[in-house]
Design a protein around this ligand. Structure first.
Ligand code: ZN
Length: 327
């Protein structure tokens, strides 16, 4: 079955290798995602994030552009297998041609360095989804859990979007860039919820009721997302899935489907998709070891009583609906 994955860090991983003078190739590599694994997994659309770590990258705009250069360089080399998505119709066109679709995203709104013209620049370069922040406060918003290095769990309820952040949300909706609330503060989430007019996504996240982590969604957030036609992408990061003080490292299909089930219970059948976070997460004990393992979710979902229709929605139809409305 076809699937859509709303988040991976493969481009940044390839860039690290390029910087160190090592081999990197989107066609075949030792990462979680390459063309061969996407084909084997039957991927419809893979989102590729230009991820900017503000503490390491002092020129976020230039760095994001360098990542995007690498993304297009690799797509060009692999154009027989994978092609970019600029508008919704490209997904259908690529599928008919037997190609996997690639959708460019930005993880860290400060890639725009606080300038709305840079947002337009990235739209022109093909960016179709962006989250407003990663783990640092920036000119657009405050994130949750900003002290993750110290393991401090901060749910930020006082600080959300800045006036510029509100302006960005408006401009993203106008341009046709999907607003992504991943990493944003609790206050920022509700700011986006109240201020946005179109469905948004939380591209890689899980359910707080199963494991209470700042990166996960509360039941109220899930419910509100469901009401608004938004989609949450289930993330395979072990730290967001379960309590590692009590349990061993590793993620099973059963555990991931438990999170999916909870999201459905609170937000309805239309609010769940995938946001693997592949190549941004540990491989240790990861049952869905790389993108080629995605079809194995079907067995676990069937075991847990999901109908074929519901599996289809989670695999691609829910995210496709949002793309159709926004792209
Ligand atoms: Zn992330």
């Amino acid at each position: 079955m076809k699937y859509i994955d709303m988040h991976c860090d493969t481009v940044a991983e390839m860039y690290y290798r390029k910087e160190r003078g090592q081999q990197y190739s989107l066609y075949e590599n030792e990462l979680h995602i390459d063309v061969k694994k996407l084909q084997k997994g039957d991927c419809l659309v893979q989102n590729f994030a230009a991820f900017v770590h503000l503490a390491v990258r002092k020129e976020p705009f230039n760095y994001a552009n360098a990542l995007i250069d690498l993304y297009y360089e690799q797509l060009e080399l692999n154009k027989a297998y994978i092609a970019p998505v600029y508008k919704f119709e490209d997904i259908e066109k690529n599928e008919k041609a037997g190609l996997v679709s690639a959708l460019l995203t930005i993880e860290e709104g400060e890639a725009c360095e606080g300038k709305i013209e840079n947002l337009r620049h990235f739209y022109d370069r093909g960016v179709r989804m962006m989250n407003l922040c990663w783990n640092y406060t920036n000119s657009l918003t405050t994130p949750n859990g900003i002290d993750i290095e110290k393991g401090v769990d901060i749910k930020e309820t006082a600080n959300g979007l800045t006036p510029l952040g509100f302006e960005f949300v408006e401009e993203m909706e106008r341009l046709g860039i999907v607003v992504d609330t991943a990493h944003i503060s609790d206050k920022g989430f509700y700011d986006v919820l109240e201020h946005s007019k179109k469905p948004f996504v939380d591209s890689h996240t899980n359910a707080r009721s199963i494991f209470d982590h700042t990166r996960n969604l509360s039941d109220d957030m899930i419910k509100k997302m469901g009401e608004r036609g938004c989609v949450a992408g289930v993330n395979f990061c072990c730290e967001f899935m379960k309590d590692l003080k009590k349990e061993e490292y590793g993620v099973s299909f059963e555990l991931a489907v438990n999170h999916i089930k909870h999201l459905i219970n609170k937000g309805g059948e239309d609010c769940v998709g995938f946001g693997s976070d592949y190549d941004g997460i540990s491989s240790q004990g990861l049952a869905m070891a790389d993108a080629s393992y995605m079809p194995l979710f079907i067995d676990e979902m069937k075991k847990q009583g999901f109908s074929d229709d519901l599996i289809e929605k989670i695999f691609y139809k829910n995210v496709l609906r949002v793309y159709k409305e926004i792209l």
